[in-house]
Ligand binder design. Structure first.
Ligand code: BES
Ligand code: ZN
Length: 630
């Protein structure tokens, strides 16, 4: 039954799969449009699509409001209305026309809590230009307006946007679906002490007028439109790469990302030319809800990756890899999210292996595997056990719920296992071709599966359990096993401690925190039993200063262990951490363990901390943690 279903989808996909390479011109026709439905948009993209978007925006920090107009150039059409997604926006008026504009009617549907509203604009069939005048509101969830106190410099405010997955509609009225790809341009006005940067071609210096012009000439999905405004300086790191940061962080950034030019060459060596010209990073404030976000030409990054020892550079390898997997070849719907993230984690690891060697790559993959097994357990015990499938079904659910280790790590292990089966050489030839064939396209899982069968497995006569990996729950038995000697050593020490032996006598005698790399500590903490004594926790903290001085990655796991073992002596440090850092993957688990505790003091502590911290979090983290502490 399921087979027939998948098969018929496949046939439809093959017949209708779009090839936007040929639909690059404005005023294109939608005659060949895909039949796949994106459940997370209200826009009528099967009838009319934006091809180019021009933004004219005034960024007002006093009112924490963006005032502007979104000018949409539309595809050839024969329809009397165009529907756009909006959420938390105030629409002022709509017009049609390019040089001369005529007002036209619009209606706004009732707001859906998840998707927002449908903004329907009345048009004459064939209309080419639709202009939407609007302003953002305090419910514009993509926007994080930071007061000066929450920046490094503490003098100027900061603003950044986070579009993925469906938040772009909360700062720009548009067809917010990854199935549609558009070019965009923008005229942005900001206070003259600040500079604006976007996922486009960027200025490297401020100008006295505070007026900046941007162009993204390649077609991208709407979730990749991004803006950051702050008191930033630019540090070049190579011919086509560099970093924007507050001046206080410029040196730390230059050191931490010193290997960026090498990473770009390694990535190009693996999967073909970098097609976006420039690769820059902008260092955002600590509230940024992710480690990194792959906005094209300009990765957005969280300062927690400034570990001081380049131990978090894999995050940059990851965001860079998205320049191929995700930005060049994009998931058509959020059910296909693993196409973005699974490929990227695989690719990230290949970059890390090229630069730092197999041992480092294996250490990283082993940590991922630890995360994956824990996540599978959680998901299997949760409300949606079917979420351990790679291809998701997120109808009427927040696409954010697909952001689990399944897409990331099960996805990567699928590709690693495949590589192990067909051999690296054939795998790389296939992937190079995949990125070429689907460059600037948004594709479904089924298009990938068809490619895999016809271009890799059938020609080599290799059998592979694709269906089990993609459409069935859990982790298939044949997954590749990766282990690392370096981490095995830490497991052994932790197991000794679990067995009640004194690890301070020999193993850790005279040792310092920096004698071990971040991933060794993570493995050590994860192997320690939650029954480990408070005494041991105290001794560890005294010797290695985890609570007070370790990097943000180590602290996250250490505080989880602290919560599990009810080691509360350093709750002040834990609270400081949770107030300062808004990166969701680092803080969510700590709150969760505190709330899972049997003791109400832990719940009270979590809730009290959230109250103190929440105004400093971006909507993405605030809403997740709110659910946890509720
Ligand atoms: N694209 C993601 C972040 C994202 C996913 C935002 C879904 C919104 C919805 C980004 O590339 C990412 O995966 N970041 C990770 C990096 C890590 C896996 C190396 C992060 O933030 O930690
Ligand atoms: Zn990613």
């Amino acid at each position: 039954m399921k087979y027939t279903y998948i098969f018929s989808i496949l046939i439809i996909q093959i017949l209708f799969s779009c090839s936007p390479n040929q639909e690059n011109e404005n005023n294109e026709s939608l005659a060949h449009v895909e039949t796949t439905k994106d459940q997370h948009t209200r826009a009528n993209i099967e009838e009319i699509r934006t091809t180019h978007l021009h933004l004219e925006l005034d960024i007002n920090f006093e009112n924490k409001t963006i005032y502007g107009v979104a000018r949409h150039q539309m595809s050839e059409n024969n329809i009397d209305h165009a529907i756009f997604d909006i959420k938390g926006l105030e629409i002022i008026k709509t017009t049609v026309g390019e040089k001369e504009e005529t007002a036209t009617d619009f209606t706004i549907s009732k707001e859906d809590e998840l998707l927002g509203s449908a903004l329907t604009v009345k048009i004459e069939p064939g209309t080419q230009f639709i202009n939407i005048y609007y302003q953002t509101t305090e419910n514009s969830e993509a926007l994080d307006w930071l007061p000066a106190e929450l920046t490094e410099g503490k003098v100027h405010p900061y603003l950044y946007t986070q579009g993925q997955a469906i938040l772009t509609r909360s700062w720009i009225p548009l067809q917010d679906s990854p199935m549609n790809r558009i070019t965009y341009s923008a005229d942005i006005t900001v206070p003259s002490e600040l500079i604006a940067v976007m996922s486009a071609d960027n200025p490297t210096e401020k100008n006295a007028e505070g007026e900046y012009h941007f162009m993204m000439k390649q077609k991208i999905p709407s979730y990749l439109i991004a803006l950051a405004v702050g008191d930033l300086v630019y540090t070049s790191l190579g011919e086509n790469c560099g970093i924007y940061s507050e001046k206080e962080l410029a040196d730390a950034c230059a050191y931490e990302f010193g290997d960026l030019p090498k990473m770009i060459s390694a990535a190009e060596g693996l999967y073909g030319e970098y097609l976006w010209d420039q690769y820059d990073i902008v260092m955002l404030p600590y509230s940024f809800p992710f480690g990194g976000m792959e906005n094209p030409r300009l990765t957005f990054a969280n300062p927690t990756i400034l570990a001081g020892d380049r131990s978090s550079t894999s995050v940059i390898a990851h965001e860079l890899a998205h320049s191929w997997s995700g930005n060049l070849v994009t998931n058509a719907t959020w059910d296909d999210f693993w196409l973005n993230e699974g490929f990227t984690v695989y690719f990230e690891n290949r970059i890390m292996e090229e630069i730092y060697g197999k041992e480092t790559a294996d250490v990283l993959a082993t940590i991922e595997y630890q995360d994956l097994t824990a996540s599978i357990k959680d998901i299997e015990n949760g409300d949606f056990p079917e979420d351990t499938r790679l291809k998701l079904e997120l109808n009427e659910r927040n696409p954010d719920e697909g952001m689990t280790d399944i897409a990331y790590v099960k996805g990567a292990f699928f590709l690693r296992t495949l590589e192990n089966t067909v051999g690296r050489k054939k795998m790389d030839v296939f992937l190079n071709q995949y990125f070429l064939d689907h460059a600037f396209q948004s594709i479904t899982t089924e298009v990938f599966v068809e490619d895999l069968k016809t271009k890799l497995l059938e020609p080599t006569n290799i059998d592979f359990n694709i269906d089990e990996w993609i459409y069935q729950a859990g982790l298939p038995e044949n997954h590749i096993k990766i282990d690392s000697k370096k981490l095995a050593k830490m497991i052994a020490i932790a197991e000794k401690a679990n067995a009640g032996k004194d690890i301070f006598l020999n193993d850790f005698k005279g040792a310092k925190r920096n004698d071990f790399i971040t991933q060794e500590w993570l493995t050590f903490f994860r192997t320690l039993s939650p029954e480990v004594s408070i005494k041991t926790m105290e001794k560890l903290d005294k010797q290695f200063l985890f609570s007070s001085e370790s990097n943000a990655i180590i602290k996250s796991d250490w505080f989880k262990l602290s919560a599990q073992t009810h080691y509360r002596a350093q709750n002040v440090e834990m609270q400081k951490y949770l107030i300062k850092i808004g990166r969701r993957w680092l803080i969510e688990g700590i709150y969760q363990i505190l709330m899972d505790s049997k003791e109400t003091v832990d719940h009270d502590f979590a809730r009290e901390t959230f109250e103190l911290a929440k105004d400093g979090y971006h909507f993405v983290s605030r809403s997740t943690i709110e659910e946890v502490v509720k």
